[in-house]
Design a protein around this ligand. Structure first.
Ligand code: HEM
Length: 519
């Protein structure tokens, strides 16, 4: 009995010592930062939906400087907000940082059959990126442009219906309907518009909502149990992943239905036509007989000539799902922030309306007209400078021990860019860094800041956001259509300043606007 007690005590002591050792990881290395609490580290400060983690990180940067570290359970994260270090992380030291920060609950990016472009790393990422890239080429976007235009006109119809009595509307909700419609139609075979009656929307929205704090917590604090919990979580939706499982299952059946349809067409001698959506595009790259390619990342290097261009069925599902999730929320938020900034800066809104009136005089807005909207570009860029809503993705995992600035970074350490601080750093942007000034983007030196790592709303380097140009196109088309007819005006219900919340992305709670007709 006493031996059992002794063993248990020794085990407990060992486990506790391990957690304490990790907890003071950055202190041991002489790197400043918040300590938080033993075992959980700073998790309690980064996990609350009402206290967005990236705004918390910005607060810590004010306190600890541009390079500091914190722990979340066993996860060790170095925060950087210096332009030079960001450039090293994403570009010059890419080979040392080719993975992204992931919680162990998200699965093993090298083995998981559901890995997607966002989570994959090394060879696997390279293969997925090579297959997905043509989807966002100029030619593909030109075709997608027609669908986006169609969705914009449909949204305008809803706006008209719901603002006839001069009532304000929550633009965030309208933009979510729009982006969900676009991505549903281009990613997953949705035929017609389902605006304001899309059964999938609430499930996708809920993925970004606040009911799953225990999931990152379990993954971060008990990485050894993460895979077991993940297994049960995906089997039993009540454990917290119900919304994700629903979206995943919907995608699985959309992909399987399409495979069956293509088989039937083939048997009936019908030639495959042009790909209709992302499912078709990815199915064209599907391998018949492999379940997982099992690449080894051991000798991964940027210059490798690895060139397998095939996908497993589960990878097809994974790609479409990640495009649905990544493409829906981010673009709707970007539109919402632009709307808020335009309404609170009427002179800028007027200037933008003048540009749209001149460049887009006809009822249809063409792909080529979009490149003429120079001031619109400035407005969108400046919005994302002040509200870099997708900061979560601006992270990397150290894959080879190296040095970043003065800090020795060990394999497995995560590095997160504090994009909110970087984007308003007065050393980079000048004294007016916090002001909304789209004109700054007319100066050639501003674009140089982007190349040097000072402006990264879509990240930088080989893993830069693949949907950047699609998002830009959606925003330009929709804003042009709206601004030709209406002027955004704030009202009693508008939160000024915006109330921000969120975890994966940083979102306004609402963006209530009056849409005043220009006629
Ligand atoms: C305003 C809208 C958007 C913002 C602000 C945004 C932001 C970001 C950021 C910051 C990254 C990380 C880049 C890096 O690590 O260097 C990223 C990656 C990614 N984004 Fe976006 N994004 C947006 C729209 C979209 C859209 C429309 C899609 C797809 C339809 C998309 C799909 C992805 C994917 C798949 C990745 C991972 C790329 C990779 O690792 O190779 N995003 N995004």
């Amino acid at each position: 009995m006493s031996i059992i007690l002794l063993v248990i005590t020794a085990l407990l002591f060992g486990v506790l010592s391990y957690y304490l050792w990790i907890w003071i990881y950055w202190r041991r290395r002489g790197v400043p930062g918040p300590l938080g609490y033993p075992v959980v580290g700073s998790f309690l400060s980064t996990i609350e939906h009402t206290n967005p983690q990236y705004l918390q990180i910005r607060e810590w940067t004010k306190q600890y400087g541009s390079v500091y570290g914190y722990t979340e359970g066993t996860m060790k994260t170095l925060i950087v907000s210096e332009m030079d270090l960001v450039h090293q992380l994403f570009v010059t030291q890419y080979d040392n940082f080719y993975g992204r920060k992931l919680n162990p609950i998200q699965g093993d990016p090298e083995k998981d059959d559901r890995a997607n472009l966002f989570s994959a790393q090394g060879y696997r990422w390279k293969r997925l990126r090579a297959i997905a890239s043509p989807t966002f080429s100029n030619n593909s976007l030109r075709k997608i442009n027609l669908t986006v235009e169609d969705c914009a006109i449909e949204l305008l119809r809803h706006i008209e219906e719901q603002t006839t009595g001069g009532e304000p509307i929550n633009m965030l909700q309208f933009y979510q309907e729009f982006t969900m419609d676009v991505i549903g139609r281009i990613a997953m075979g949705q035929i017609d518009s389902q605006m304001f009656r899309n059964p999938l929307l609430n499930f996708v929205k809920a993925i970004f909502a606040d009911n799953r704090k225990h999931i990152p917590l379990i993954g971060g604090v008990f990485p050894v149990l993460a895979q077991i919990f993940r297994y049960f979580m995906l089997k039993f939706p009540f454990l917290g992943a119900a919304n994700f499982i629903h979206v995943h299952k919907t995608m699985v059946s959309a992909v399987h239905n399409r495979i069956a349809q293509r088989e039937e067409d083939k048997n009936n001698g019908i030639e495959p036509g042009e790909p209709q959506d992302f499912i078709d595009l990815f199915l064209d790259a599907r391998a018949e007989d492999v379940e997982h390619f099992g690449e080894s990342n051991a000798d991964f290097s940027k210059s490798s000539s690895y060139n397998n261009r095939q996908l497993t069925t589960m990878e097809v599902v994974g790609q479409c799902t990640v495009f649905l999730i990544a493409g829906f929320d981010t673009t709707a938020l970007s539109l919402s922030y632009s709307t808020f900034l335009l309404a609170t800066h009427p002179e800028i809104q007027k200037k933008l309306q003048e540009e749209v009136d001149i460049e887009c005089p006809d009822s249809v807005i063409t792909f080529d007209q979009l490149s003429k909207l120079k001031y619109m570009d400035c407005v969108i860029k400046e919005t994302l400078r002040l509200y870099p809503l997708g900061t979560l993705a601006n992270s990397r995992r150290c894959m080879r021990a190296t040095k970043l600035g003065n800090v020795e970074v060990e394999v497995g350490t995560m590095v997160q860019v504090d994009t909110w601080s970087l984007h308003t750093d007065t050393k980079v942007w000048g004294d007016d860094a916090k002001e909304f000034k789209p004109e700054r983007w007319l100066l050639p030196e501003t674009d140089k800041i982007s190349q040097k790592g000072g402006y990264i709303p879509f990240g930088l380097g080989p893993r830069q956001c693949i949907g950047m140009r699609l998002a830009n196109m959606e925003e330009k088309i929709l804003l042009s259509h709206i601004l030709r007819k209406y002027t955004f005006k704030t009202g009693k219900k508008t939160d000024i300043p915006l109330k921000l919340h969120g975890r994966a992305t940083t979102q306004p709670e609402s963006v209530w606007m009056h849409l005043v007709s220009r006629n």
